[in-house]
Design a protein around this ligand. Structure first.
Ligand SMILES: *[C@@H]1O[C@H](CO)[C@@H](O)[C@H](O)[C@H]1NC(C)=O
Ligand SMILES: *[C@@H]1O[C@H](CO)[C@@H](O)[C@H](O)[C@H]1NC(C)=O
Ligand SMILES: *[C@@H]1O[C@H](CO)[C@@H](O)[C@H](O)[C@H]1NC(C)=O
Ligand SMILES: CC(=O)N[C@H]1CO[C@H](CO)[C@@H](O)[C@@H]1O
Length: 781
């Protein structure tokens, strides 16, 4: 609204925004929209969960990745460069090809007015062509070029020639690769033929779907026909067979475009699925060397609203095809953005091939003339049905589209749009994000067998280097989706993720950015802890408690092992699963104990940040000289924060033992036990005035190095400053006295150990680094 003219659609969406936000909130006590675990870049490294390949040039200009499970290589195309990386350990054992544009090409490109940067050779096409060669094409300084790359399997011998450009085989790449490194593009190689969706000319005006290569005639969509494609953004392409007859194979293109049929708004963008027969030969008298089988329809991803008005997510950002055992019926996952000026949000929708086929087998959309509306075409449809392939399955009457009757070709040309859109499974997204926390960019999906069924694990990449690992659970009764963000992984520190590939064999995700390719393991079960309850609460379909630890779940494990197995992805009901496993004892064992000194009338924080962000935190206190524990009552002096319990003004009576407990799915953890000693005001003055080491060693000890980790010092200092200690000198001094510096520790090294704890009964516990987390912004600074 802010000074901008909002369209009626926007206002409608804005009105719906309120409704939409009601959806995800439910009966949950804790905030399940938070990721359960958040792992920083450093933690991922420390856990050996990730490793990276860094371009020796410091820059990659990544545009395309090709994952080759058979050769166990990841091929990467960037600016003037091609890499072959090891899937297993991405940082080791890489091979490189330098393939710049020629000086002459670059010069001409710059003369024509392009930036020097654009005049490099950006590799945008990489496909396995045959057993020994890849097909590669680059933008070649706004003059696309293709060639073959020798990349055989090590078993084929010839290690030295394993990754090599066939420089004598350069060919013009027009129609196979865009001129502009930044224009949208998709390509797929099938049977030696390259299918592309691209802007095929120098000026980036001619958007088309192409088929180019050797054996078959080059084919494309008609130029300048807005009904076919209007300012499309190409997102993905796949070949999906309809049946066993190869002549019936179809290639599907996923893109967005300006929708002519959206008559209410001239600039509406819709997501489309377009398809062609792979064996299309074009027409004989009409549509010569043009597709005769091209059809398209709208791909809908929307949240049903009250009053029948839906909230639409129309801008496809990424598409992922999850292969199933039946290659004719993969599952399609789409990641969508909104197109509205006001309402921002993302959604993931899932589609079955049956709905896709139903739309293409349904009625055509029709527009009688400029004065008419788009409507259902109800008259007779010619034979063969436009959009069907020249195949035996379709009667075998025609062996090529060139033989199709003029009437059928003419109809196909004038009716490329289907009337019915494709709707998602459950008629709603499986995931909706409207909190503005993340900008979702990429999507990959792995289907996992768990004890209580099958789960699709979504790996969603954001534009700031984060990967979210999410499962969604459909509740039949309430017709609603529960989304569980299992992990938030900070794969890159700052750079944005740009490209995604997954290896199901390796169980790894490969994420490309400007200068780095990272591999990330799908799962790391031992990280959840060894207790049965820890493992069950994680709800990670990859992991189950095996009687001893949390480990990778295999549905086919031998009977003996299965007996001990505990997992409950759907409910995370650890209490039931782990009954009799003495989980509570095990959990308690891990409670950290701390000793904290607070100054009377000053503020103090009892820090407790549970590892899982979905747990509810409850504080209990057992005050000095009392035997009973009671829940801490918060008010405007004692505040419960994400970081812990904050006392704005400490009283003498606050001294006692504090228990930080988390509750998650009715499992209670005592995460931390903190003994708070209150230093009375008079003693503080003494402390600053006298040499306190001699005076009150037992009152102001230096805690053991291990009980307050090094990293916590600057954080405490910052905290003191945050809450209003403007005098930095004073803070330094204060920290020096209360928490000790290295210098002081060295000085105290010789002192008797009883000085290190005010209360000799305090049990010393080792703090495991993974249980100690700093708030991110402070840790980074
Ligand atoms: C880290 O993981 C790799 C493979 O994923 C393995 O080869 C290596 O031994 C691991 N290193 C450590 C320290 O665990
Ligand atoms: C693969 O294709 C390349 C390029 O056409 C050709 O040179 C090579 O001989 C082919 N390899 C095999 C094994 O057919
Ligand atoms: C989503 O759409 C908005 C508006 O078109 C755009 O600013 C934003 O960058 C898009 N998000 C992503 C992740 O591309
Ligand atoms: C040690 C210390 O910093 N004490 C401060 C506690 O708060 C009072 C005012 O509220 C300050 O004057 C003290 O310096």
């Amino acid at each position: 609204l802010l000074g901008r003219m909002a369209s009626a659609q926007d206002l409608l969406i804005l009105a719906l925004y309120g409704l939409l936000l009601e959806l995800p909130a439910g009966c949950h006590t804790a905030d399940t929209r938070q990721p359960r675990l958040r792992l920083s870049h450093k933690e991922l490294w420390d856990l050996n969960r990730t490793s990276v390949f860094r371009s020796p040039f410091g820059y990659l200009g990544l545009h395309v990745m090709l994952l080759d499970e058979y050769q166990e290589r990841l091929f990467v195309g960037g600016r003037d460069l091609l890499y072959s990386l090891s899937l297993d350990r991405i940082s080791d054992n890489y091979r490189e090809i330098h393939w710049p544009s020629t000086p002459l090409q670059s010069e001409e490109c710059v003369i024509k007015g392009r930036d020097a940067d654009e005049c490099a050779n950006y590799i945008r096409v990489l496909h396995r062509y045959n057993r020994t060669h890849l097909l590669a094409c680059g933008t070649g300084a706004f003059d696309p070029v293709c060639t073959f790359v020798r990349a055989g399997h090590p078993s084929e011998g010839l290690w030295c020639s394993l990754f090599q450009l066939e420089s004598h085989k350069f060919e013009r790449g027009r129609g196979r690769c865009p001129f502009d490194p930044s224009s949208s593009f998709t390509s797929i190689l099938i049977g030696g033929e390259l299918f592309t969706g691209l802007y095929s000319d120098y000026w980036g005006r001619d958007a088309a779907l192409f088929r180019t290569m050797n054996r078959m005639a080059h084919l494309r969509t008609e130029p300048d026909n807005e009904r076919l494609l209007k300012e499309p953004k190409f997102v993905g392409s796949y070949m999906i067979p309809d049946n066993e007859d190869h002549d019936d194979n179809k290639v599907y293109f996923f893109f967005t475009e300006k929708a002519l049929e959206a008559e209410t708004s001239t600039h509406a963008i819709y997501t489309r699925v377009g398809r062609v027969c792979a064996n299309d030969m074009g027409g004989q008298r009409m549509l010569v060397n043009k597709w005769t089988t091209f059809l398209k329809t709208r791909l809908v991803c929307s949240v049903p609203g009250r009053n029948g008005i839906d909230t639409h997510f129309d801008e496809l950002e990424d598409v992922f095809l999850l292969q199933t055992r039946d290659n004719k019926n993969p599952v399609i996952f789409g990641l969508f953005n909104t197109t509205s000026n006001i309402f921002r949000g993302y959604a993931v929708c899932v589609y079955h091939m049956a709905s896709v086929r139903a739309a293409f087998n349904g009625p055509y959309a029709h527009k009688e003339g400029p004065e008419y509306h788009w409507a259902l075409y109800e008259r007779k449809v010619p034979y063969p049905r436009p959009g069907s392939c020249a195949s035996k399955v379709n009667g075998g009457l025609y062996t090529t589209t060139k033989d199709y009757p003029d009437e059928a070709v003419h109809f196909a040309r004038s009716h490329p749009l289907m009337y019915q859109p494709i709707r998602p499974v459950h008629k709603r997204p499986i995931l909706v994000k409207t909190d503005g926390k993340y900008n979702l960019k990429q999507l990959a999906v792995d289907r996992v067998e768990a004890e209580d069924g099958q789960y699709d694990v979504l790996f969603i990449g954001t534009d700031n280097g984060i990967v979210l690992k999410v499962i969604t659970i459909y509740n039949q009764e309430t017709e609603s989706m529960e989304e569980v963000i299992l992990e938030e992984l900070q794969v890159f520190k700052v750079n944005c993720g740009q490209s995604y590939s997954v290896s199901f064999l390796q169980q790894q995700l490969y994420v490309g950015s400007e200068s780095v390719i990272a591999q990330v393991k799908f799962h790391q079960c031992d990280m959840y802890g060894t207790a049965c309850a820890d493992c069950c609460l994680a709800r990670d379909p990859y992991c189950a408690w095996d009687g001893i630890s949390c480990s990778r779940y295999y549905p086919t494990a031998v009977q003996a092992k299965r007996r001990f197995r505990r997992q409950d992805v759907r409910h995370g009901n650890a209490a039931q699963q782990c009954f009799g496993q003495q989980f509570i004892g095990e959990v308690l064992e891990r409670t950290e104990e701390r000793l904290v000194y607070g100054i009377e009338y000053n503020s103090t924080l009892l820090e407790c940040t549970p590892r899982t962000l979905q747990a509810k935190v409850i504080w209990f206190v057992q005050r000095a000289h009392e035997t009973k524990k009671e829940e801490v009552k918060t008010d405007d002096r004692i505040i419960k924060m994400d970081l812990g319990l904050l006392f704005l003004k400490l009283h003498r009576l606050d001294a006692g033992t504090y228990f930080c407990q988390t509750v998650e799915h009715s499992i209670v953890h005592t995460v931390r036990k903190i003994t708070l000693e209150v230093v009375e005001e008079e003693r503080v003055d003494e402390m600053f005035n006298k040499d306190y080491e001699e005076e009150i060693p037992h009152k102001m000890p230096c805690p053991m190095q291990s009980s307050i980790p090094q990293a916590s010092k600057p954080w405490y200092k910052e905290f003191l400053q945050l809450i209003g200690y403007s005098n930095f000198q004073r803070v330094e001094e204060y920290c020096e006295k209360v928490w000790c510096t290295d210098k002081k520790r060295k000085k105290l090294k010789m002192s008797p150990s009883k000085w290190k704890y005010a209360n000799p009964q305090e049990k010393k516990t080792r703090i495991r680094p993974e249980h100690y987390r700093l708030p991110r912004n402070i840790a980074d600074s």
